[in-house]
Design a protein around this ligand. Sequence first.
Ligand code: GLU
Length: 563
Amino acid sequence: MDYNKLAELLFPNVTDTCEDIENKYPPRNLPEGAKVTRFAPSPTGFIHLGGIYGAMIDERLAHQSGGIFYLRIEDTDAKREVPGAAVELIKTLAEYGMEFDEGAAISPDGEICDKGIYGPFKQSERAHIYHVYAKKLVSEGKAYPVFTTQEELDELNATDKKAEVKSKVWTEEAANAQREEMLKQREFTIDEVEAHLKAGDPFVLRILSEGDGEKKTKVGDLVRGALELPENDEDFVLLKSDGIPTYHFAHAIDDHLMGTTHVIRGEEWLPSLPKHLQLFKYLGFKMPKYLHTAQIMKLDENGNKKKLSKRDMGLDMKDYKRGGYLPECVCEYIMTILNSNYDEWRMQNPEKSYKEFPFSFKKMSNSGCLLDFAKLTDVSKNVISRLTADEVYAKLLPWAEEYDPEFAAVLSADKEKAIRILSIGRGGKKPRKDLATFADAKPYMSLFYNEYFAVIDAYPEKFDNQTVRSAIEGFLQTFDFSDDMNTWFDKIKALADSMGFASDMKAYKAQPDSFKGNVADISSFIRVAVTGKLSSPDMYEVMQVLGKDTVVARINSEIARLS
Ligand code: GLU
């Protein structure tokens, strides 16, 4: 078999050589130890939590080492592609703090463009590059065409079956002598190829595998350590009949040319590693290091770990957006899953960005990571409690505009008031932690707006309406909006004393039976009347935000209701 002739027949239009291509991708001039990583999503309109998780590892490894983090759009599967998804993807990644040094980016006119010299970064624009390498493999007898008619292809698509061709055992020593034989076994001659091409028959290009499925090959994974996987003995497809590469082929060529040093990808690719080993060897490329990330799991009703599926809340990043989770909260949560020492570091460094944490893949666990919403809630409350009121407002408003326009209108009608509400209990060592998501904002803030205000809680049961009414009437009689906090509270204490309630908690605890109650009970009457709830942020501050008229009106309305 004349492989060069075969290569010429199959790729008559390819005139570039591999050297021509290599020359366009010079080695990167980076400091020792700098890592080059990439995030390589398919534009299917769906970014999931595992994707963000992987991208964060990429971003940290690259930027912590003074390396490069780039974005490649893997759009080789036209059937699954969603129009506009690549632009959406880049925007979502930006929301999650993913800043790419190179790669696919959005141009000022909203189109996908390339940033950096290692592109094109959309695989659909790289067909000619793949063909140059394909031609080389054919010319070396390492890849061969399999012709299929359109009907056969249709049938394959219809049944969604992959035509897998297994090679016979093929030892390294006998490789060259057997290569010819192998090709014959795959039943074609140059004449037949020519006849097929003349007839316009489509073909797929398959690798001529040399592995022995009975034997094991050693491969390394940064988290899982040394693994033994069966050698590849499958003549897997390199180019589909439309000339588009499979993931395997594009992965080897792109990551080689773009200088990727570390490939972080989902564990579903782990079984394909022997294929990639073979391809990198055939192509003469240096293997990158691999880190296969574990699937995100959840606990099912019976407490068993289960893979998170598309139907589950918490996989699709759109769920988080809709639910009002802040991207920085999700990132913070992911950090706690990534490195078990993160929580401790955070306690010692409450103000720092997670990007200052010394992330290490050596501290990653290789068991499936469990999505724990209680922990996410906890982490989120902490993150939001550290923001300023202005920051919360600036992020909350656009969320509300999209998911609760009526609330957004309320928030923007009086921005200053909204910020005053959000300022209560903020700052200091122990800030309030009322909000885990933006969806919590309306229930939390509603007491401040008459349009949402309602008396939700009942007064403490042991006191009759008459007692409650006297207390709030008493409060109103001495209420002066301009009082400072101490004067205001002294008046409540005086009211307690005058009604036979203890103003001094020590005295109350010593002899509870000699009082009707204590000053906290009096406060709770006022609290329910003014805020509608038994628990609320600091009441003095709440009243200051509400304003005199609202406080007086609410108490009067309660007096009337209790009469
Ligand atoms: N496009 C592949 C995927 O979405 C990327 C895998 C990789 O990062 O190599 O699964």
